[in-house]
Design a protein around this ligand. Structure first.
Ligand SMILES: [Zn+2]
Ligand SMILES: [Zn+2]
Length: 249
């Protein structure tokens, strides 16, 4: 299975990542990745960019070197509820991921689950990032059922258990098994913090195969499928990308 889209990457805008957006465009062109989402951390974590980073992403073209980029964020689910970016900034972005990060000291499974369900129901999040993170246990069945109901994608993260969040693997397999049963939309992301990890879905594939999840509900095999999903979530069509990925209009 070949995945042409990587929906989770970080740039130098997050201090603990080491490549520029241009590095990603160039490397994607070199290895045949057709689309990536630039999803730096929301401002609540210590090493994240200022919120203006997200507001001004519109100056970055959607297409460079024949590669498409989605303007995105990996927002933080806040301990007080909701996300760490204002609605007017979120609404300018092409894709919003959200997950738990160290700005929130883990409390307990019920509380993590409640915060995540609220964010899913808010309509502001397109993808739940790394739900298998063992540091923030959640009621997976409740979260995935709610995500299905609200058409929010579930991520199978290819850095978990490899570069970060060690001990995630078994949880991720459980997520994949449940997602198959419930019929969730699946988003794959490498969570690259350096450009050479772009498009490396080895860990995601291990999880998918171990869980016998199949590939039908994964949106990453085609940029058009990703655009369809985002429009089904209420995002306005990105006309330049629609034209680019529709060779015979
Ligand atoms: Zn994350
Ligand atoms: Zn990330």
């Amino acid at each position: 299975m070949r995945f042409l889209v990587d929906l989770h990457t970080h740039t130098v805008a997050s201090d603990h990542a080491y490549s520029t957006i241009m590095d990603y465009f160039n490397y994607a062109a070199e290895i045949g990745v057709q689309m990536f989402a630039c999803t730096d951390h929301g401002p609540a974590v210590a090493d994240a960019p200022h919120k203006w980073h997200f507001r001004n992403l519109r100056v970055v073209p959607h297409i460079v070197n024949n590669v498409a980029m989605l303007r995105g964020v990996e927002a933080n689910i806040m301990p007080s509820g909701g996300l760490d970016l204002e609605d007017d900034i979120l609404s300018r972005l092409d894709i919003v991921l959200a997950g738990f990060h160290p700005n929130y000291t883990p409390t307990n499974k019920d509380e993590h689950t409640r915060l995540m369900l609220d964010v899913i129901k808010s309509g502001k999040v397109d993808v739940i990032a790394h739900p298998g993170n063992p540091h923030y246990p959640i009621d997976l069945e409740a979260v995935l059922t709610c995500a299905k109901q609200y058409n929010v994608a579930i991520e199978i993260n290819s850095s978990s258990s490899v570069n970060t969040r060690m001990g995630s693997h078994d949880n991720c397999v459980q997520v994949a098994r449940l997602a198959k049963k419930i019929g969730n939309v699946i988003s794959l992301g490498t969570d690259a913090h350096f450009v050479t990890y772009l498009g490396n879905f080895d860990e995601s594939l291990k999880v998918i195969e171990e869980a016998e999840m199949g590939y039908d509900n994964i949106i990453n095999n085609s940029p058009a499928k990703v655009l369809d999903f985002l429009e089904s979530r209420g995002h306005a069509p990105i006309k330049s990308l629609r034209r680019f990925f529709t060779p015979y209009p």
